[in-house]
Design a protein. Structure first.
Length: 70
């Protein structure tokens, strides 16, 4: 069974280390993590939790209004 997690944010994590740790746990559990950032986000955090290949699961949008374009 395919396991998927979608992370959608318009900001940054309150705990960078916890975000990265959680991303590693999800990847180890074979969860496909899609990371979507809208507006002013910490791209390095989202890229760290997105499951490879990054270009298939990481999306950076200018605004939450752009979500329908995904």
């Amino acid at each position: 069974m395919l396991k998927i997690c979608v992370v959608l944010t318009d900001g940054g994590s309150n705990s960078q280390s916890e975000t990265v740790r959680t991303g590693k746990v999800l990847k180890k559990a074979n969860v496909a993590v899609f990371a979507i950032g809208a507006g002013s986000v910490r791209e390095n955090s989202l890229r760290a939790i997105a499951a490879p290949p990054i270009e298939d699961v990481y999306y950076k949008l200018d605004s939450v209004r752009d979500i329908p374009t995904l």
